[in-house]
Design a protein around this ligand. Structure first.
Ligand code: GDP
Ligand code: GDP
Length: 455
């Protein structure tokens, strides 16, 4: 009876919200104060989002979803860079470099009232070398009288300057039309990669946990099949590596291999890189350095992987450094600080000695399997029926909300929509998730549950 009134279209609607497909990526770069944040806010249609949390070295939210003329894409906000630490030129160059690696197209913002500066010229060189499509935004053209200022920017050699007032919205529509022409319809790295294509792995973790050591270890021992995929401008940084008899694609490895010469203030850069790698990956291998206490930054990176909805493997690296005492505290730290990913397969490795490198593949397989698990609706509802009968929701205000029906709305990661007769408390939702995991596995994958309340 619970199934009566269940409306597939409603489920579709719920799906649309939670679903994340492969979206092309747009980066907005330029000197400080040219109006990048204002423009990003304009593009994403929100006023507060970006400007609010500046200056944001520790900010980890760096991509936003936007839509124009019915097409969706991601906007990368490079505006939160800590300029004081890096110096303006270095910071702008780093932004541009990042944009070039991670984006499908770039909006280069110049302040038309100031004109092209040396820093602008330097960025143009970087952008040109990279060969990504660039749309030139001549910002702060608040009225017709500013159009002449914009025309001077032809001198940058980036083609037509698009006069825009990010503040008032003038000209942004025309500019976004150009942006759409520059963005690919769908990224090559489609989520719908046909079965049999190489699995995509993001190797992430805070600086010095051993990412490049690990990459060298696995690539070295198993031979690199293709170094630097030929002929693609989009992924000059992905590497195909053979592991356990299969080919895996490690995404965004250029940033791991290249020693980034930024010390303090590099957090934001690292965070951009992590977000970009996660965007492309199916499974995230999160490295944790066991020779040091687990830090807030480790937790933040784990959270990014979970929120990106990726399969997760935890690799505890530098295992060779452990002594009895450190080991004791490590287990307690894991218990306390990484409880949110208790479900992730764990490997204790040493990139230095090669310890347990062979455990990596089985762990990734387990996580990917959980990530793609689909529970048939009949089985799910038999399970939910029993759960509701044996552990009903507590009575609140004389009412007892009940789960009426559930369906798995999607995989990669598993997403569930529960229809309930009333609001389900957070504690009960967690309980349901825990029981779902006990019943169906989902090892190594986030599980998303949304609840629809029907009257
Ligand atoms: P960012 O450092 O490049 O992110 O620049 P912001 O977006 O923070 O803008 C810097 C300053 O320029 C702020 O005071 C904005 O209000 C101002 N600004 C941004 N866009 C425009 C514009 O189109 N016209 C005018 N007049 N001012 C703008
Ligand atoms: P990344 O910044 O995450 O790429 O880290 P690196 O691979 O550059 O490693 C940072 C430092 O940790 C280097 O000095 C490595 O030699 C060292 N390191 C990496 N893996 C291990 C390991 O398993 N054991 C030990 N003892 N040191 C390691």
């Amino acid at each position: 009876a619970a199934e009566e009134g269940f409306d597939p279209e409603e489920v579709e609607g719920a799906l649309g919200e939670a679903g994340h497909g492969p979206l092309p990526v747009l980066a907005v770069v330029g000197r400080p104060n040219v109006g990048k944040s204002t423009l990003v806010n304009r593009i994403i249609g929100r006023r507060e989002a970006v400007v609010e949390d500046r200056p944001g070295v520790t900010r980890d939210r760096v991509t936003y979803e936007a839509e124009w003329a019915g097409r969706r894409f991601k906007v990368v906000d490079t505006g939160g860079w800590e300029q004081d630490v890096l110096g303006i030129d270095a910071s702008v160059a780093a932004q541009a470099e990042f944009a070039v690696e991670a984006a499908d197209a770039v909006v280069f913002v110049v302040d038309a009232t100031v004109g092209a500066t040396d820093t602008d010229e330097a960025v143009v060189k970087l952008l040109r070398r990279a060969g990504k499509p660039v749309v030139l935004c001549a910002n702060k053209v608040d009225g017709p009288s500013g159009e002449a200022d914009a025309a001077y920017l032809w001198s940058l050699g980036l083609g037509e300057p698009h006069p825009v007032s990010a503040l008032h919205g003038r000209g942004t529509g025309d500019m976004l039309d150009e942006v759409l022409k520059a963005l690919p319809e769908a990224p090559e790295q489609s989520f719908g990669t046909p079965p049999g294509g190489p699995r995509r792995i993001a190797l992430i973790g805070r600086p010095n946990v051993g990412k490049s050591s690990l990459l060298n270890k696995v690539a070295g021992e198993e031979r690199v099949v293709v170094n630097e995929l030929a002929g693609t401008t989009r992924d000059p940084v992905d590497e195909l590596i053979e592991l356990g008899g299969r080919t895996w694609k490690f995404v965004d490895t250029a940033g791991i291999r290249r020693r980034v010469h930024l010390q303090e203030g590099a957090d934001y850069y690292a965070s951009l890189r992590t977000a970009a790698a996660l965007e492309k990956a199916e499974v995230a291998v999160v490295l944790v350095d066991v020779s040091e206490p687990i830090s807030v930054q480790d937790q933040r990176i784990v959270t990014m992987a979970v929120e990106a909805g990726r399969a997760v493997v935890l690799a505890y690296n530098k295992w060779d450094t452990l002594d009895e005492e450190r080991r004791f505290y490590l287990e307690r730290e894991i218990e306390r600080d990484l409880a949110q990913v208790r479900w992730a397969p764990r490997v204790n490795v040493s990139a230095r000695t090669g310890r347990h490198m062979d455990k990596l593949v089985p762990a990734m397989d387990t996580a990917l399997e959980g990530w793609e698990t689909r529970v048939p609706t009949g089985r799910l509802n038999a399970f939910l029926g029993e759960l509701v009968a044996s552990h009903p929701h507590p009575v609140r205000g004389g009412k007892q909300p009940r789960i009426l029906f559930g369906t798995q709305a999607g995989t990669r990661p598993p997403r569930f929509v529960l229809f309930a007769s009333g609001f389900l408390e957070a504690g009960y939702r967690r309980f349901v998730e825990r029981r779902l995991r006990e019943e169906f596995g989902f090892e190594g994958t986030p599980v998303q549950i949304s609840v629809r309340v029907r009257e």
